[in-house]
Design a protein around this ligand. Structure first.
Ligand SMILES: Cc1cc2nc3c(=O)[nH]c(=O)nc-3n(C[C@H](O)[C@H](O)[C@H](O)COP(=O)(O)O)c2cc1C
Length: 184
C-alpha cells in the first residue's frame, strides 16, 4: 500500500480548507483500527475553527504547525470501556491515529501526530479546555491541512533490525529478508 511508504509528518499547510467529507474519511479510517478485546475506546474531538485549536499551543510547545492548520483532531479514549486488568487504550488509540495519518495521505492531506499522553499535565489542561470528564484520556492531537510541500520518499528498511529465530541471528546491514545474510 503506497500510502504507508509515502506517509511523512506534514507541518506546513496551504490556505486551502479541508472538506468535511475528507475529515469524515479520516475518522472512518481511524475507527477501523484493531483494538484490544474490540473495546474501540476512541473518541475524536474535531476542532474546525482556529479559535478552538490554537489554545493547544499554550499547553504543548511542539504544536507550532497549528498556526497554519485548517483543522485539528484530538484522539481521546473513554477508559470506562476497559475490559482487562491492563490499560490498552494507548495502543488502541495509537492504531487509530496511524490509520488516520495513512488515510490523510490517501486523501492528499498532510497531518502530524503530536503526542499528548503520557504527559498528565497536558491531559489535565486539555480536559479543562475541552470539558471532557476524568475518565477520558488524550493520546494525541493531529493537525491537518493540505500539504505546502512534498518530501521525497525514503526507504527506511534496516536489515539489522530484523532477527530471525532468536536475537543473536540478526541480518547484516544492507541485506534483505528474502536473500538473508547474517551478521557475524
Ligand atoms: C508518540 C508521538 C509523538 C509525537 N509528537 C510530536 C509533536 O509533539 N510534534 C511534532 O511536530 N511531531 C511529533 N511527532 C512526529 C514525529 O516527530 C515524526 O513521526 C518522526 O520525526 C518521524 O517522521 P515522519 O512522521 O515524517 O516519518 C510525534 C510522533 C509520535 C509517534
Amino acid at each position: 500500500m503506497k500510502e504507508i511508504f509515502e506517509r511523512t509528518s506534514v507541518r506546513q499547510y496551504t490556505q486551502q480548507p479541508v472538506e468535511r467529507g475528507k475529515i469524515e474519511a479520516l475518522l472512518r479510517a481511524a475507527m477501523c483500527a484493531p483494538s484490544s478485546g474490540n473495546e474501540r475506546p476512541w473518541h475524536f474531538i474535531v476542532l474546525e475553527r482556529p479559535e478552538d485549536f490554537l489554545p493547544i499551543m499554550e499547553i504543548s510547545p511542539h504544536v507550532e504547525m497549528l498556526k497554519q492548520a485548517k483543522c485539528a483532531i484530538l484522539v481521546c479514549a473513554d477508559t470506562t470501556q476497559k475490559k482487562y486488568r491492563f490499560d490498552f487504550w494507548p495502543q488502541d488509540c495509537s492504531a487509530a491515529t496511524e490509520n488516520l495519518l495513512i488515510e490523510a495521505k490517501h486523501q492528499g492531506l498532510g497531518a502530524v501526530w503530536c503526542g499528548i499522553y503520557p504527559d498528565e499535565e497536558k491531559i489535565a489542561a486539555l480536559r479543562e479546555l475541552y470539558r471532557f470528564p476524568d475518565y477520558v484520556e488524550v493520546l494525541a492531537v493531529v493537525p491537518v491541512g493540505y500539504p505546502a510541500y512534498e518530501r521525497p520518499v525514503k526507504d527506511r528498511f534496516k536489515a539489522e533490525r530484523v532477527h530471525i529465530g532468536s536475537w543473536e541471528r540478526v541480518l547484516r546491514p544492507g541485506s534483505s529478508y528474502t536473500a538473508p545474510e547474517f551478521a557475524d
